[in-house]
Design a protein around this ligand. Structure first.
Ligand SMILES: [Zn+2]
Length: 121
């Protein structure tokens, strides 16, 4: 018999969870150490190490984004772990799309304008 760390009930040794309160028993460290453990987590969560892009890496991304508009930024977004680089790639994609839309609109306006000029003569 073991004693439930949460409510103090006596539980069979084979039990994974307390039948009274449902808390995981201490004998099962691989079950779920984060759920209802009154002693706190035995495995302190390590803060993730932030990935940082080097200046040379940034230069590479700039070149890729310049030569392959949108596609380069998508490659950058999917392959980098650096959050700031990801944000840059997203921003770049949005800017490229806005630029393309504006370019198409401008071209349409020019064609429309030329059309009216030609119709006049
Ligand atoms: Zn219990």
């Amino acid at each position: 018999m073991i004693i439930c760390p949460n409510c103090g009930s006596h539980i069979a040794d084979s039990s994974v969870n307390c039948p009274v309160c449902g808390a995981p028993t201490v004998q099962n460290p691989y079950g779920n150490p984060y759920a209802q453990n009154p002693y706190g987590s035995p495995y302190p969560q390590q803060p993730p190490v932030p990935a940082v892009t080097s200046p040379l890496g940034w230069f590479g991304w700039m070149m890729l984004c310049s030569f392959l508009p949108i596609i380069g930024a998508i490659i950058m977004l999917s392959s980098t772990e650096d959050q700031s680089a990801k944000n840059f790639a997203k921003c770049w994609i949005v800017l490229q799309i806005i630029g393309m839309v504006l370019g198409v609109l401008l071209a349409m306006l020019m064609i429309a304008g030329l059309g009216t000029v030609w119709l006049r003569y």
